[in-house]
Every structure is written in structure tokens, then in C-alpha cells.
Write a protein that binds this ligand. Structure first.
Ligand code: ADP
Ligand code: MG
Ligand code: MG
Ligand code: MG
Length: 609
């Protein structure tokens, strides 16, 4: 979500008064985009990744590491550099940096999307390295950039530098968390207003409960060290958007050749998402405690849940329009293709009037269903100038709604005013579940794998569709501790030329899904079959095979996930008391090790082939 703008964000009361108008404007804008671009065909395949980096500061004497609030300064620095040197500095022209919710995160992308020339795929890893290096060059002594999904001491006392402790209890307002100060939110952007609007809409802070990992010396029942009335036995309590938007991930976005192909690929990659989440797991510690889960997904699902008591069905509908059965951030509820829609078996909610209007105006029933589900949600980030902007080419109200509703993948319609040239941006799909990996190699491998799989799906007409009830269940399983080794996932095994056939679904381990078994060839063997048919130079093929081998070896347990590695490190740390608590010193040692791995300063055979 990018809400960086000089404008004024409306407060929730102002948005609430204008909801009808906002909805109708967003719908008009969606239809404008749809009608303008629905028939485009043969757009070239393009793709790119997004990585969010954390910046940290080590105090080696005190053995303390903190998240460093310095991204505003970094953006000033980059703006100046780009102004002065862009022509001469080829490196700078290859990358872009985006502001994120907090001042310790910097989002980075390649400045131009990649094409699908497999011989050039090594530029992906190179570009990631370059982005990291540019940030690192800006930092001072003892300050480092690290690709981290979740800082283990997020929300502990003094977890940022400079320190911003939460508001004292006698001064706390309804907008104040017990753990996470609003001063950590990126100042220049409008994120803070959005966070407050969400609280006003829900009439509560977000409350997230992460199950604690019960180690041999963990109290039973487990209680947090600093208790308050919202804490619950056996859970780690979090209560701020910063625990969600202050996490990082890696996303891959590709452009399909047409609307139909974008819908098809959105559907086909959806059932793959849980196993990729499990294999990429890297967030086992929350607020200084070891958790009994390895991924960020369920934290974001709870933190972004903006449903009011009425929408949750706890009070009769009065101010709200619907009872809503899903969080605003949740597993995919609606497939987009005709074939996919047969598998929409889990319950979801939709705005019937939106569905009617969209289908009456020519949108496919499947896509209309997707947007009718999205339009049950209110916008909670609206710029004053956007409320009354009726310009012909303005689609900002729709864009904001689309980018503040989260499913496993995001369906990205073309920007309305995209250039009419080879740079025109078409129908895109963003793959979103992947947790951030420690090295450029791992991150490039995950981004590349999704793209290779996309090409393989198209080449062999593969069909991975399973129903959304089992998809929900797979997501629950994928987040569990060591899911990549311990869990089984519902998976379709009749994937080749099986459109129109009933799904034959088995429960498979990540290893069987990646490497195959007697009933299913396996994702990596399928991708290799695709690669065998491509004209590839040896060097490129070697590189791609190394990426695939990461998946082969992680899935079979020869290599660890980052989460498993972090657990192992903590477990073996001499100061760890096996009580689920991660002290300043353990965190310091852990973060130093993770930094060294990310910078390739040390070898790590548990993680790298
Ligand atoms: P958002 O934050 O809305 O998801 P970003 O601008 O941060 O979007 O990232 C967009 C990603 O999509 C980048 O990796 C970029 O390289 C890639 N990209 C840009 N244009 C295209 C395109 N036409 N087709 C596919 N990918 C694209
Ligand atoms: Mg982005
Ligand atoms: Mg981002
Ligand atoms: Mg994105």
C-alpha cells in the first residue's frame, strides 16, 4: 500500500459520510479501466519483484540491535543522487526505492520490468544485490541492511533507534498501542492517518494473538512478562498495524498477454501459494518470544481485520451493510476464471448491487464476483482531493480500494492512463505470500520459481485448481511450525489436460508437491521439462538449476527454511533458557549471524546448497 502524497487524508467520520459517493466513483473508475483495456491481446510477458529491506543498528558494546529509523533520510539522499548523477550513474538508473509504512523499511524494485528471456535471468539476482548495496552505502558505521520478514524483537522495549517507547498508560488514547509507538510510522506519508481511520472504523485497536512455542522451561500457562488486560494465556499479544505493515516480504508481479490470461494465471497460481508460504517461512519469533508458527500470514490476517462488531455479527446491522466472514487480508475467496469459479466453495460475502451492475455492463460473472466481494469493504484511506476529483482519467478511488484489500494474489488492472506504446502496462498478477529470504540468491530463486512455474503452466496447460475450502485449510497448515516438513497439503494430482475434469485431490507433503510422487510429477520436474524445451545457454541453465535445487532440497528437508534456521540458532544459543524468551543478547547474536549470511560473509550449509 503506497499512500505517499502531499494531500490531506480524510478522517473516518468524513469518509463515512461519503461512502455512497466513494463506492459509486470507484465502480465507475473500475468500469472505465475495464472497458478501455478488456480486449487487449498479445501483451508481452514482463515481470519484476519487490523486496522490502529492514535497516538495523548494532551496538556491539551493549550487545543490542535495534531497527534504525532512517529511511526518510535515505529517500532524501536518493532523490539528490538521482537529480545529480542519474545520467552518469548507470547503477542508480536500474533500481527504484519506495517508502513503506515505517521508517526502518525501504521497498525496492528494479526500475524496469524484466522480459522472459531465460538467458538473462541472472540480472534478477544482480539487481537485488545492487539495491542492497546502494542502501548499505548510504548507512553509517554499525548500520546494516538485512532482508528480514519480521524483526524478532518488534514491539519490545527500545526496539528502534532512536527509541520511541509506547505512550504511558495514563496518557494512552484509543489510537495508542501498548507496544508500538505511532512515532515509528513513516512521517512523510499518510500511513498514520490510515491506521487511525482503521481504529475508528473498527472502534478498537487491532488485536492479534500468536500462539507461543512451549519450550521445556516455558511457563504453563505461558504469560507475557509485561501483562495488560488484553493479553491471553499461551499467546503473544500484538496490537498495532506496525506488527503487520512493519513486516517485509517479497512479491513477484507479471504481465499477462490479456485479461483472460491474467484471470487464468491468477487462478492457477493460487493453489500453489500455501506450499510456497511453507517453504519460504522465516518469521518464528514475535515480540521477543518464540512462536508456535513460522509465518507472518496469520498476523497480517488478524491485524488487517477492520471489521466492526456489526460486521462480525456480534451486534445487529445498523451502521454497517454486511456481516463479513473474512478478514480484509485473507486467503483467496473467489477464483477469476470460469473453470476456477466452480471451485469457489468456501463462504464469502459480496455486494449484490455491485455484482449486478458489473455483469449488466458486460463484465464476466467470475470477475464481477471478485469485485463484488472486494466492494463489501469500505475505503479507509481517502485523500480529500480525491473525493471530489471527477477528472476523466482519474481512477485513484478504485486503485486505493484494490490495493488495500489483500488476498493470496493481487489482480492488477492496467493503470488507466498507461502510455499507448510498448511501455503500456497491461493486466498483471502479483504473487504475494512469499516470506523474505536472507540472501539475494534465495530471493532471486523464489521470484524466479514463480515466473518459471507461470511459464510452465502455460506451456503444458496445467490445472492446479482445488476448492477454496481446502485452500483455506492449506493456508492454516502452511503457517504452522515446520509446515514444510510436518504438514500435508490438499493438492490436485490430475494436473495435465484436466480442464473440465473433476479434481483428484490428495494430501501431499511439500516434498511430494515439489519433487513428485507416483501420482504427481512434481513442480520442479515439470519446470525442468519446460526448461528442457527452451533454448538456454549452459550458464543460464546452471543458474536456474541451482534455484530449482534450493526447492528440491528444502522440500526434502536437506536444507532448512529461514524459520527453522532461526529456531536452531536460538535453541543452541548458550544464553537461551528454553523458556521461549529471546533476550537482547540472543537477538543481537542472531541478527549479526543473519546479517553475515545475507552479506555472504560466512558459509551456511544449512541454508545454501
Ligand atoms: P505495488 O506496490 O503496487 O505492488 P510496485 O510498483 O511496488 O507495485 O511494484 C511493481 C512490480 O511490477 C515491480 O517489480 C515492477 O518491476 C513490476 N512491473 C512494472 N511494470 C510491469 C509490467 N508492465 N508488467 C509486469 N511487471 C511490471
Ligand atoms: Mg510496491
Ligand atoms: Mg511494500
Ligand atoms: Mg506489491
Amino acid at each position: 500500500m503506497v499512500i505517499v502524497n502531499d494531500g490531506k487524508l480524510l478522517n473516518w467520520q468524513e469518509i463515512h459520510k461519503n461512502l455512497e459517493q466513494l463506492r459509486s466513483k470507484s465502480l465507475d473508475q473500475l468500469m472505465k479501466i475495464y472497458n478501455k483495456y478488456k480486449d487487449i491481446q498479445n501483451d508481452p510477458f514482463k515481470w519484476g519483484d519487490e523486496i522490502e529491506y529492514s535497516i538495523v543498528r548494532f551496538d556491539h558494546e551493549a550487545k543490542k540491535v535495534q531497527l534504525l529509523l532512517k529511511s526518510e533520510k535515505f529517500f532524501d539522499h536518493i532523490a539528490k543522487l538521482k537529480e545529480k548523477y542519474l545520467d552518469e550513474n548507470d547503477d542508480l538508473s536500474k533500481v527504484d526505492f519506495h517508502a513503506e509504512y515505517t521508517s526502518y523499511i525501504i521497498e525496492t524494485i528494479p526500475s524496469k520490468p524484466n522480459d522472459d528471456n531465460l538467458n538473462k535471468f541472472d540480472c534478477v539476482q544482480e539487481n537485488m544485490k545492487l539495491r542492497r548495496q546502494i542502501i548499505q552505502k548510504f548507512l553509517d558505521e554499525n548500520e546494516y541492511v538485512i532482508p528480514l520478514t519480521c524483526f524478532p524483537q518488534l514491539g519490545c522495549s527500545n526496539f528502534t533507534y532512536p527509541s520511541h517507547n509506547p505512550v504511558d498508560s495514563d496518557q494512552r488514547t484509543k489510537y495508542d498501542s501498548y507496544y508500538y509507538s505511532n512515532d515509528i510510522i513513516m512521517k512523510r506519508a499518510l500511513f498514520k492517518s490510515a491506521t487511525c481511520n482503521k481504529i475508528d472504523r473498527k472502534q478498537s485497536l487491532p488485536h492479534v494473538y500468536v500462539p507461543v512455542y512451549k519450550d521445556k522451561n516455558t511457563l504453563d500457562p505461558f504469560k507475557e512478562d509485561n501483562l495488560n488486560d488484553k493479553c491471553r494465556d499461551d499467546f503473544i499479544h500484538l496490537d498495532h498495524d506496525g506488527f503487520a505493515m512493519g513486516c517485509c516480504c517479497i512479491q513477484a508481479t507479471f504481465q499477462a498477454e490479456s485479461l483472460e490470461q491474467a484471470c487464468h494465471l491468477y487462478d492457477q497460481l493460487t493453489p500453489i501459494a500455501p506450499v510456497v508460504l511453507a517453504l519460504s517461512a522465516s518469521s518464528p519469533v514475535w515480540k521477543g518470544y518464540l512462536a508456535d508458527m513460522d509465518c507472518r500470514w496469520n498476523v497480517l490476517k488478524q491485524a488487517f481485520d477492520d471489521r466492526s462488531r456489526e460486521e462480525l455479527g456480534l451486534e445487529p446491522l445498523n451502521k454497517s451493510r454486511f456481516i463479513l466472514r473474512r478478514s480484509r487480508f485473507d486467503t483467496t475467496d473467489v477464483y477469476l476464471s470460469e473453470e476456477g469459479s466452480k471451485y469457489n466453495l468456501a463462504q464469502y460475502d459480496r455486494d449484490d448491487s455491485v455484482y449486478e451492475r458489473l455483469t449488466n455492463e458486460g463484465m464476466s460473472p467470475e470477475l464481477a464476483e471478485h469485485f463484488a466481494s472486494m466492494f463489501t469493504r469500505d475505503p479507509y484511506a481517502v485523500l480529500e482531493e480525491d473525493l471530489n476529483n471527477f477528472d476523466e482519467d482519474f481512477v485513484g478511488n478504485f486503485d486505493m480500494l484494490n490495493s488495500t484489500n489483500w488476498r493470496l494474489l493481487r489482480f492488477k488492472p492496467p493503470p488507466f492512463s498507461s502510455a499507448e506504446s510498448e511501455n503500456r502496462i497491461g493486466w498483471r498478477v502479483e504473487f504475494r505470500p512469499t516470506e523474505l529470504q536472507l540472501t539475494d540468491f534465495h530471493n532471486a530463486a523464489f521470484a524466479t520459481f514463480i515466473i518459471l512455474l507461470t511459464k510452465t503452466i502455460l506451456k503444458f496447460n496445467l490445472n492446479f485448481l482445488i476448492d477454496t475450502i481446502r485452500l483455506d485449510e492449506n493456508m492454516t497448515r502452511a503457517s504452522r511450525r515446520n509446515a514444510y516438513q510436518n504438514e500435508k497439503f490438499y493438492f490436485r494430482v490430475n494436473v495435465e489436460n484436466s480442464f473440465g475434469e473433476e479434481a483428484q485431490v490428495e494430501e501431499l507433503s511439500a516434498n511430494e508437491i515439489i519433487n513428485g510422487n507416483s501420482k504427481f510429477k512434481g513442480l520442479v520436474p515439470l519446470v525442468k521439462e519446460y526448461l528442457n524445451q527452451q533454448e538456454l545457454n549452459t550458464e543460464a541453465r546452471d543458474k536456474l538449476d541451482k534455484y530449482l535445487s534450493l526447492f528440491e532440497q528444502r522440500a526434502c528437508g536437506k536444507l532448512l527454511t529461514t524459520a527453522a534456521y532461526i529456531r536452531k540458532f536460538i535453541n543452541e544459543h548458550p544464553k537461551y533458557n528454553h523458556d521461549s524468551k529471546i533476550s537482547d543478547e540472543i537477538n543481537y547474536d542472531l541478527m549479526w549471524r543473519l546479517y553475515q549470511i545475507s552479506n555472504n560473509d560466512i558459509e551456511c550449509p544449512e541454508l545454501i546448497v
